[in-house]
Design a binder for this molecule. Structure first.
Ligand SMILES: [Zn+2]
Length: 207
């Protein structure tokens, strides 16, 4: 699994940098870039908490480059997870709201439904989740991704069927005048959590 996220360096403290991408701030280690001169304002490619490559200003601001704009359905950099990182930040916000409402101390898992037309890559979502969950109530949580197929409903022949994402036509009569009824989902389905009181029960205790 190769995942690279372009982030901007905001502040440097020794081997640590405070970096930002799409409003998400994370501590990033500069350990692997000791041979480079990194300064606040520089862009780096971040992989599991380590800056692995300095991006030139040209790369960072090139029109259509991931750090400025990433449109997953048309062009995206190979391995770019900026879109998924933004999605994960939204998921974490939702998970934290659920956890607060339930007075939960720990979130063990979250299940998210991802439609084939949502523009989200499940593998990149998994990796981005590991970054987004850090320092939150979901820091140890597993993300389970349920992928859902594209489905169309045909007003001509009445067929409702699964279709390939690159062929949104009615498989029955061939019309393109179909209604997409599935595949655009991007929904938090379930959160598994435990409350502080549960965690404090001694092992083997019975009610
Ligand atoms: Zn049809």
């Amino acid at each position: 699994m190769c995942l690279a996220i372009p982030m901007q360096v905001l502040e440097i403290d020794g081997m640590d940098a405070r970096c930002e991408a799409k409003g998400i701030e994370r501590r990033v280690s500069l350990f692997l870039l000791q041979h480079e001169t990194i300064e606040p304002g520089d862009c780096v490619v971040v992989h599991v908490g380590y800056a692995i490559q300095k991006m030139s200003p040209e790369e960072a601001v090139r029109p259509g480059s991931c750090s400025t704009r990433c449109w997953p359905r048309t062009h995206r950099h190979k391995g770019c997870a900026v879109h998924e990182l933004a999605v994960c930040q939204g998921l974490i916000d939702q998970i934290e709201r659920v956890a607060r409402a339930q007075h939960a101390s720990t979130v063990h898992a979250a299940v998210v439904a991802v439609g084939a037309l949502s523009g989200v890559e499940p593998e990149l979502l998994q990796s981005a989740f590991v970054i987004a969950r850090a320092g939150t109530v979901a820091a140890q949580a597993q993300l389970r991704v349920d992928t859902l197929p594209a489905r169309v409903d045909c007003p001509v022949c009445g067929l409702c069927a699964e279709v390939p994402v690159n062929r949104l036509l009615c498989p029955g009569c061939g019309t393109w005048r179909v209604r997409v009824v599935g595949g655009e989902e991007l929904t938090l389905m379930q959160v598994e959590l435990s409350r502080a009181a549960d965690a404090m029960l001694p092992a083997g205790a019975s009610a």
